[in-house]
Design a protein around this ligand. Sequence first.
Ligand code: NAP
Length: 327
Amino acid sequence: MKQRISDKEKLKVGIVGFGTFGQFLAKRLVARGHQVIATSRSPYEDIAKKIGVDYYQDLDDFCEEHPEVVLLASSILSTEKVLRSVPVQRLKRNTLFVDVLSVKVFPKQLLLRELPPEVDILCTHPMFGPDSGKGSWVGLNFMYEKVRIGADPKRERRVEAFLKFFRDEGCNMVEMTCEEHDRQAASTQFITHTVGRVLGTMQLRSTEINTKGFEALLNLVNNTNNDSFELYYGLFLYNQNATDELERLEQAFDTVKKQLFGRLHDIARQQLFPTVDSQGNANGAAAVPPQALPPPREPLALPSRSREGSDAVSQAPSDAYSKTIDV
Ligand code: NAP
């Protein structure tokens, strides 16, 4: 059983965007003893009731409930529209706005631009989701930046009370700027999702002889393909570092492919054009001009060619190639 918080620590959290991730957070907040209300585009009354959340389809009604914390959990692509539709004037003047978007510079700039100066802003990214955080959250990373918190100590205490929820769940709390987050997330989270989606597209299947490595890949596919494509697209579109990382991934794939085909072509060339010494013996060294060859590689464990090599000179190229494929 989780330790529930005291009444003094209890927060009234209003979640805007009650989809997969909003519900996932709501369950844990309620289990800890916080009061949670929610609003979303779709009707979620029944689900909310089961979780112990008061649901308000109407945004005015939601704001008039005066949540101390408004937690934005809408999709990355819809957040600007969603934020603009919140009647902020119906909230208390010093409300704390928190976002959990998987990209960070975009919401930071948006919240600073759209919200009145008296509103506090905390940008966060729980680095896990309903699949990877299904059980315990112990050791899972939670990134945050206190973007704008008023000078009143009460406001600082409220931010700390909100962060304490994740700390108490065992998260590894990482304070970092949104800019640094996006730099690091492009080469970690975005690449993870991209590889997961590529492998998901290949429709890998579990077999009777799975290796641990292959099972790790199947897990990756599960953990990434259950997220909405909209989320993945948001990671790409709203993180300016993502395009560079995608290109680096593509180049790396090409490099590895070239290494494979380069070695295969070396073997084919050696079989097609063995050099012949002054006595007329073929020694298997390639006779193509040195500048046409790729950089030297590790010697290959090829079958001895002292005798067979002379036969190979007279072989048709297609035959030589099929021998190479056997290697
Ligand atoms: P998502 O597809 O990114 O977002 C779904 C939410 O966005 C739902 O609440 C949905 O509302 C709302 N939404 C979508 N389009 C909308 C529109 N045009 N107008 C109004 N609302 C709209 O999936 P998610 O997994 O729930 O993620 C929510 C947020 O959490 C995202 O910003 C994501 O980056 C962040 N996050 C997700 C994870 C994760 O593992 N899933 C982890 C960390 C952070 P309705 O359901 O009412 O239609």
